[in-house]
Ligand binder design. Structure first.
Ligand SMILES: Cc1ncc(COP(=O)(O)O)c(C=O)c1O
Length: 504
């Protein structure tokens, strides 16, 4: 049981509505306080730990007990309440679900569990590869992935939970190449031409890592220019595709982003999709998935349903415990399985006594892998779709509130106007105010953020990163995503930066 996910279940009682407002006034009737009720969270954790102690660690290791309480997939689906609803579920119901989860899961700490990886001792920490060892979680992963896909706008498709957004991007690149050149699986790089990948200057660096790992090469990642706000320029994408072709490379993948890592920019998905369709390229979409929970803000990702795959990181904006990242696909031809399957007979025997289509693990690039779907499922079950929507709306609300309050203060300067939860800003200490035209201004400003950072870390008061970027000297790239943030926190942040940097 992941503590963070369990903690999130406590949110049911205190969820407040996020009201649309031009003025971001965090008043009592606007934002109803923190989304996490720690007392409820602790009660749930205590009760859950009791179940783990008694049912998993004690009973589960008792030789007189069963290693597993086998149920066929259809029956198990009936026995478990896996469905994810609009509203969150109360404490007792959630606890009952935890008990059912334990009951029907394989006890890997049982003395007679002789399967692979017997040494796994964490409670219920089984591996997601076959129905045989992870019956509950195979069904659960299916429910969560299909629910996520429906938010994207895909009624069908495929997907897998994987260890982070970077790995999810590796999946996408591998699949895109396999779709274009299926011979690559058997014959390797000898059988494919020089390939070209496109991402924006603001795109995540994992695209470059994936290209270098997969033998595509960093020089074949074409960086597309962005506008002032950090959004990919479609005209430049077309130019870069033509440039790659003129150099003899074969374009096959465009990586677009919703909510870029630093500036939180949203690429124009419909225009990028038009270009991908024209050139027959795989469109990968990274970031921002959780925005789709919000009816108010999901327009930022308009065109998303036209992407081929999506990298969705609940462990970022929704703060599910690391790691929890979904790779979603529009494909319905089993591409994921064909591309990655190894068909080993010690795990994926075809003559098992149950329907082996439930042995989903051969789609993965890993062998054993964690049951990451549980964290999102439990949080979702606890707070409901509505609760997740409110978290997202709240993050937007407080981002705008922070910006509004920042603009009232003399010493703060935005790098770009925020589109998402990212607020990039400089703090200009009194000694530099009004000196923008002096020779030393940029040089001295570049030292301000590192100095404030050092002070805040040494004093332990806050934690914000800093960085230079694209000719801009060090600034703070701040992300507002904690569901616990309040009006007071926003004012503390601004006052604390003034306090820490006032004498610089
Ligand atoms: C758009 C985007 N893609 C991928 C990643 C990498 O995700 P992870 O840290 O889970 O590997 C990030 C991380 O910030 C990101 O912003």
């Amino acid at each position: 049981m992941d503590p963070k996910a369990a903690e999130a279940t406590a949110a049911t009682s205190s969820l407040g509505g996020c009201q649309a407002s031009e003025q971001y006034v965090a008043s009592k009737d606007g934002q109803k306080g923190p989304l996490i009720d720690h007392a409820e969270g602790q009660r749930f954790l205590n009760d859950t730990f009791k179940v783990i102690m008694e049912e998993v660690l004690s009973k589960g290791a008792d030789v007189k007990e069963k290693v597993c309480e086998w149920r066929d997939p259809a029956e198990l689906r009936r026995l478990l309440d896996l469905e994810l609803l609009e509203d969150g579920q109360p404490h007792d119901h959630l606890l009952q679900q935890v008990k059912e989860m334990v009951k029907y899961s394989v006890k890997t700490n049982h003395p007679r569990f002789y399967n692979q990886l017997r040494f796994l001792t964490e409670a219920l920490n089984t591996s997601q590869y076959t129905y045989e060892v992870a019956p509950v979680f195979v069904l659960m992963e299916d429910v969560v992935l299909s629910k996520l896909r429906s938010l994207v706008g895909w009624s069908d498709g495929d997907g897998i939970f994987c260890p982070g957004g970077s790995v999810s991007n590796i999946y996408a690149m591998n699949l895109a190449r396999y779709r274009a050149f299926p011979q690559v699986k058997l014959k390797g790089l000898w059988s494919v031409p020089r390939l070209a990948v496109f991402t924006s200057e603001e795109g995540h660096y994992s695209i470059c890592k994936a290209a270098s790992m997969q033998g595509i090469g960093l020089e074949n990642v074409f960086l597309v220019k962005t506008n002032e706000s950090g959004c990919m320029l479609p005209e430049d994408l077309t130019d870069k595709i033509e440039l790659a072709k003129s150099q003899g490379a074969v374009p096959f993948l465009v990586s677009a982003t919703s909510g870029t890592t630093i500036h939180g920019a949203f690429d124009p998905l419909d225009l990028i999709a038009d270009i991908c369709e024209k050139y027959g390229l795989w469109m990968l979409l990274g970031g921002g998935g959780s925005v789709l929970f919000s009816k108010k803000h999901r327009h930022l990702m308009k065109g998303i349903e036209r992407a081929d795959s999506m990298t969705w990181n609940p462990h970022k904006m929704l703060l599910t415990g690391l790691q929890c990242s979904a790779f979603l696909l529009k494909d319905t031809t089993d591409l994921l399985k064909h591309c990655h399957c190894a068909n080993v007979t010690y795990l994926f025997q075809k003559d098992k006594f149950y329907d082996v289509s439930f042995d989903t693990g051969d789609k993965s690039i890993q062998c054993g892998h964690k049951v990451d779907c549980l964290k999102l499922w439990l949080m979702w079950k606890a707070v409901g779709t509505r609760g997740l929507e409110e978290r997202v709306d709240k993050a937007f609300f407080y981002t705008r509130y922070l910006v509004q309050e920042m603009k009232k203060k003399e010493g703060f300067q935005l790098v770009t106007e925020p589109q998402f939860m990212n607020v990039c800003f400089w703090f200009i200490p009194p000694s530099l105010r009004g000196k923008q035209n002096s020779d030393y201004y940029q040089e001295r400003l570049s030292k301000v953020a590192p100095a404030i950072k050092e002070r805040m870390v040494r004093q332990g008061s806050m934690m914000i990163g800093y960085q230079p970027q694209a000719g801009r000297v060090n600034f703070f790239p701040m992300i507002v995503h904690s569901p616990q943030i309040s009006e007071q926190d926003v004012h503390f942040l601004l006052n604390e930066i003034e306090r820490l940097g006032g004498d610089l």
